[in-house]
Design a protein around this ligand. Structure first.
Ligand SMILES: NC(=O)c1ccc[n+]([C@@H]2O[C@H](COP(=O)([O-])OP(=O)(O)OC[C@H]3O[C@@H](n4cnc5c(N)ncnc54)[C@H](OP(=O)(O)O)[C@@H]3O)[C@@H](O)[C@H]2O)c1
Length: 334
């Protein structure tokens, strides 16, 4: 493959923000590989999306051990794309992975034990062909494993040189505080908290965002487009090939509800008045929150990625626009 990255990849298209109190800049728009990078997907489209992302200043790629399907295949495919295209550009990339959801059979392939994390990171490094991850996350608080056990594993992963920074994902406030305190005391401060945040899912506004801020931890929002519901995609029904239509998609048909669709129609009109698509406005709205470092978008085509990057052209909102959005969101069951 004769890929050569665009020489203008850092020329004003992307903006970057420091991740919490760290010295690490993250692009405001990052790319996630949860869907569309597995063995069931088109490898050439996946390659084109990573190339397009990198050519447009997206330096941050978000993986997890279980992404696929089948689980593990997104890491394997990303590793191949990396080797074939980006071998000379590793130092320009922030590559993240995670462990904590079901991955292999038996009692150790799931949840957040030290056993699971230590085995997982070695497997993930092998699949991607990397020497280290830039960020390694505990993918979830599992409700059983003591937070101290999981955090000690993350601390040791950094000390072993297998990751540069660590993060937590989907930790309730109480457990997040324990994690932040322990990581700080060990001199391995939590770089980033990753959680679901979009116009349709706002639970993190009830303290998770503020707590991350209190500890100087950055925040990256996943599913900022509510898996596609906050685009004009579902306005006229569920299109063929969309995530809600695909058997392997995590967006279930039942989640495409009437209240969300009628809100999306109204939000789409409001976005039009701002000169944006609904996807652009939905991303701008998340990025507008002071605690948010970056949005991790998913995409099934280069065109979608290109639309999503256009969000950066207009991140400001007037107070009337924000009030109009709140009025529409008040009609949605969150
Ligand atoms: N920490 C965690 O537990 C966790 C959980 C979930 C996700 N994540 C991370 O967050 C990333 C993003 O999540 P997500 O994929 O749910 O994000 P999302 O951006 O909310 O949804 C992405 C989907 O929306 C549709 N879409 C995107 N841009 C569009 C556009 N401009 N116009 C029309 N449709 C568009 C596409 O669906 P179609 O396929 O229908 O085209 C795309 O696959 C994941 O890849 C993963 O890295 C983390």
């Amino acid at each position: 493959m004769n890929y050569k990255p665009s020489e203008t990849r850092y020329d004003n298209k992307m903006s970057y923000k420091y991740c919490g109190n760290s010295g690490l800049l993250l692009p405001r728009v990052s790319l996630g590989l949860w869907h569309n990078f597995g063995d069931v997907d088109d490898f050439s489209v996946a390659t084109d999306m990573i190339r397009y992302a990198f050519d447009n200043g997206i330096t941050h790629f978000d993986l997890a051990n279980n992404y696929g399907p089948p689980p593990g295949s997104a890491e394997t495919n990303f590793g191949k794309i990396l080797k074939n295209n980006f071998a000379a550009y590793r130092d320009e990339m922030i590559i993240a992975s995670k462990a904590g959801h079901e991955m292999w059979p038996g009692p150790y392939g799931d949840r957040s034990s030290r056993k699971n994390l230590m085995a997982s990171i070695d497997q993930s490094l092998k699949r991607t062909g990397l020497e280290y991850f830039d960020i390694f996350y505990s993918h979830r608080y599992d409700g059983i494993t003591p937070v101290e056990e999981t955090m000690q594993a993350l601390i040791d992963i950094v000390r072993q040189g297998k990751a540069l920074y660590v993060g937590i994902s989907k930790y309730p406030r109480q457990q997040a505080r324990v994690a932040y305190e322990m990581l700080k005391a060990a001199g391995v401060p939590c770089l980033v908290c990753q959680d679901r945040y979009s116009m349709f899912t706002r639970a993190v506004e009830q303290g998770v965002l503020q707590l991350a801020g209190e500890y100087g931890c950055g925040f990256v929002a996943f599913s900022p487009l509510a898996q596609g519901l906050l685009t004009n995609k579902y306005i006229n029904g569920i299109p063929e090939g969309s995530r809600a239509a695909r058997a392997t998609g995590f967006l279930k048909k039942e989640q495409v509800t009437d209240d969300k669709i009628s809100a999306a129609i109204k939000l789409n009109e409001l976005a039009g008045q701002r000169g944006q698509t609904l996807a652009e406005m939905a991303l701008a709205w998340v990025l507008h929150n002071e605690y948010v470092t970056s949005v991790i978008v998913g995409a099934s085509s280069v065109q979608q990625l290109s639309d999503n990057l256009a969000a950066l052209n207009k991140l400001e909102f007037s107070s009337e626009e924000l009030a109009g959005i709140e009025e529409i969101l008040a009609t949605v069951q969150m």
